[in-house]
Write a protein that binds this ligand. Structure first.
Ligand SMILES: Nc1ncnc2c1ncn2[C@@H]1O[C@H](COP(=O)(O)OP(=O)(O)OP(=O)(O)O)[C@@H](O)[C@H]1O
Ligand SMILES: [Mg+2]
Length: 331
């Protein structure tokens, strides 16, 4: 089977928009950083929406007015996690589902990546396999320099606990524990004390200082999700995977969480991979990877909401073109 990395090249070359990646992942090892679109980095969904109204989707996007100084360009680091020819097949025979079909991707350190695609395209499966929560049928997953397929269960559990953070759509907080206890639980399970200075930084960044003694049921949805974000961050994981972290939130709470995730990348050089269906959420990230039928079919760098919407609108066409190309080349 042809890995997705090869299949995307022709696709990217056909595109004229400069911000589409010029090759699929693993992308150019050092993608030249560009000044960000500050309105979309400001955690202000309203500003993004206002731009959308002023700029119809069919028109080229107008340059945005800076609302704050652009982020300092920072070199993209080596991969915090990577997959090679990752394949996941559920079921057998007629019931077989190829949820992932040869996905090769690098998640570079200090980068915020969104994973988008239609329902059933394999986004959650990719996150679970890349985070070591689920075993692939074939292919490799690396967290840092460790190939996790080679690990024994105990070592994998430890690696996941020490190096990977996960934020779920449904928060997954323990209802009987306070926010503070939920946040420090993974570190406590590991038998460690949280680094107090880092804990304070995280708490102040998520803005939960005055809610720490409350149980999840006493917190708003946005606050609960920020607790889940803090829990993922407090152990300083190498990479955080977030599966639709704003899917259950209203737009204000969603913007709070996205603003926080953005800051943790900008200020703490955290690496984050986030599944989302929302073009505004995707515009907070540095890169959007599009999945369809378990394959990577497109990619945007420094995405704007409009570019994401345009790419999503053309995804069916893109997938059809790939299928025709694959048939023509007999792959
Ligand atoms: N445990 C499972 N057993 C059988 N099939 C599964 C299982 N988990 C996922 N699938 C199938 O694998 C495919 C990919 O599922 P996945 O959950 O990764 O999609 P997704 O892109 O996250 O979709 P959504 O946007 O709806 O969350 C789907 O066809 C799904 O039905
Ligand atoms: Mg999913």
């Amino acid at each position: 089977m042809r890995p997705a990395t090869v299949g995307c090249m022709g696709l990217f070359q056909r595109r004229s928009q400069g911000r589409h990646a010029r090759g699929n992942t693993p992308v150019d090892p050092v993608v030249p950083p560009r000044p960000v679109n500050p309105r979309e980095r400001a955690g202000d969904a309203q500003a993004v929406d206002a731009k959308a109204v002023a700029t119809p989707a069919t028109q080229p996007a107008q340059p945005a007015q800076p609302a704050r100084p652009p982020r300092q360009p920072r070199p993209i680091g080596p991969a915090a996690a990577a997959t090679r020819d990752l394949t996941k097949i559920y079921g057998q025979g007629d019931a077989e589902v190829r949820a992932l079909d040869g996905v090769s991707i690098d998640f570079e350190q200090g980068r915020f990546t969104a994973v988008m695609g239609p329902s059933g395209s394999g986004k959650s499966t990719l996150m679970h396999c890349a985070a070591g929560l689920d075993a692939p049928t074939a292919g490799e997953v690396r967290i840092g320099d460790v190939e996790i397929g080679a690990l024994k269960d105990k070592d994998l559990t430890e690696l996941r606990r020490d190096r990977v953070g996960f934020i779920f759509q449904a928060f997954n907080l323990i209802p009987t524990l306070t926010a503070h206890e939920n946040i420090t639980l993974p570190v406590a399970i590991a038998g460690r004390q949280p680094d107090q200075e880092w804990y304070d930084t995280v708490i102040d960044t998520v803005g939960l200082r005055d809610r720490l003694e409350h149980k999840p049921s006493e917190l708003s949805g946005g606050q609960q999700q920020r607790v889940a974000c803090a829990r993922a961050l407090v152990s300083k994981p190498q990479i955080i995977f977030a599966d639709e972290p704003t899917g259950n939130l209203d737009s204000t709470s969603g913007a709070e969480v996205l603003g926080f995730l953005r800051r943790s990348v900008d200020e703490f050089e955290q690496t984050i991979v986030m599944v989302t269906h929302d073009a505004v959420a995707a515009s907070y990230t540095d890169r959007v990877v599009f999945l369809a039928d378990g394959q990577i079919v497109d990619e945007l760098l420094e995405p704007t909401r409009e570019e994401v919407l345009r790419t999503m609108a053309h995804l069916d066409e893109t997938v059809r073109a790939r299928r025709v190309g694959a048939t023509a080349t007999g792959v």
